[in-house]
Design a protein around this ligand. Structure first.
Ligand code: SAM
Length: 302
């Protein structure tokens, strides 16, 4: 095993190089922090946190602890979802006086299902510079380990807590072909899986990315029809932080569409639309509802 002693000098010299880069005054630095593993900070993030005049953060206890892991102690300014607008004014005044302010959230990238966007918006409106320091985000981390082959993803974030609102939102997503990315708290994971199972086809792949970068990290992929059983199989799965990914809707290829039309045309000559689409679903393996709509279009003279 390579000993840290062998690469520590290179790391130190890289840190030295980073500290000589330009980090302008009067700038708000949006700094991503780890999502569980303190080792996942970047050298630039450490450098900015070290040189900042103050750090705006969600929970001062969390951030005190995080900074201590890197040997840092800073003035902290509470900036959470209930005071973002007021705190933005204070930060703008300090930035205008030439200070560098770092903005962090409790974990991951600020403004991604976390406070920060309003502060950034106000700072930009004031004509001040905002510099992002990239790093961890649970959504992208989960996607990278999912093996779902799709160039597109749609970030849903947290679903509404109320069942009606949740159902309406999910109904708008059933035809989305991008991978859906959801965040969920452990006490609602079962409810969320039930809602997904009611709204989407049971054959879609679901990925549970749990406790990413932490000791009990688990990335599990299965058909949506098996998701409930997987959750129930281990009481620990009701604990921990989750990203849930759901495979997007299947994209019908030109070949599929041509085949559907060919089969439907034959059947429509012999039977009514509903029966023709049910039989076509059995023959082609395509969805009955989509075939029904296709059959109606074929029946309608142009
Ligand atoms: N800003 C963060 C980011 O960039 O990912 C997200 C913050 S949001 C308040 C917290 C949610 O992110 C959790 O409820 C969970 O859904 C997800 N999350 C954060 N850390 C995670 C981890 N280590 N493993 C799995 N999901 C995580």
């Amino acid at each position: 095993m390579t000993s840290p002693i062998s690469y520590a000098p290179s790391l130190l010299s890289l840190m030295q190089e980073v500290s000589q880069q330009v980090f302008p005054l009067s700038t708000l630095y949006v700094v991503a922090t780890p999502i569980g593993n303190a080792g996942d900070i970047t050298l630039r993030a450490i450098n900015v946190l070290a040189m900042a005049d103050a750090v705006a953060c969600e929970d001062t206890r969390n951030t005190t602890h995080l900074l201590a892991r890197y040997g840092l102690s800073k003035e902290l300014i509470p900036a959470h979802e209930h005071n973002e607008r007021e705190v933005a004014e204070k930060l703008i005044a300090r930035l205008q006086s030439g200070q560098r302010i770092a903005l962090v959230s409790d974990a991951g990238t600020p403004a991604i299902s976390d406070p920060g966007a309003r502060i950034v918006d106000a700072v930009r409106h004031a004509g001040l510079r905002v510099m992002p320091l990239p790093g961890a985000s649970a959504a992208v981390t989960a996607l990278s380990a999912s093996g779902l082959v799709n160039d597109r993803f749609y970030f849903v974030g947290f679903l509404p807590a109320k069942a009606k609102q949740r159902e309406s939102l999910l109904a708008t997503l059933t035809k989305t072909t991008a991978t859906l990315v959801l965040y969920e708290a452990p006490h609602r994971i079962t409810e969320t899986v039930d809602a997904l199972a009611s709204a989407f086809e049971p054959t879609r792949q679901i990925v549970f990315a749990r406790e990413l970068t932490k000791l009990f990290e688990e990335v599990h992929r299965c058909p949506l029809s098996e998701a409930r059983a997987w959750l129930a199989a281990d009481a620990n799965r009701q604990k921990g932080e989750y990203v849930v990914l759901l495979e997007g809707a299947a994209v019908a290829s030109d070949h599929d569409e041509a085949e559907a039309d060919r089969v439907l045309s034959i059947l429509l000559a012999e039977c009514p639309v509903r029966q023709a689409s049910a039989l076509a679903a059995q023959i082609t393996g395509q969805k009955k509802n989509a075939l029904y709509e296709r059959a109606l279009r074929l029946k309608t003279p142009t």
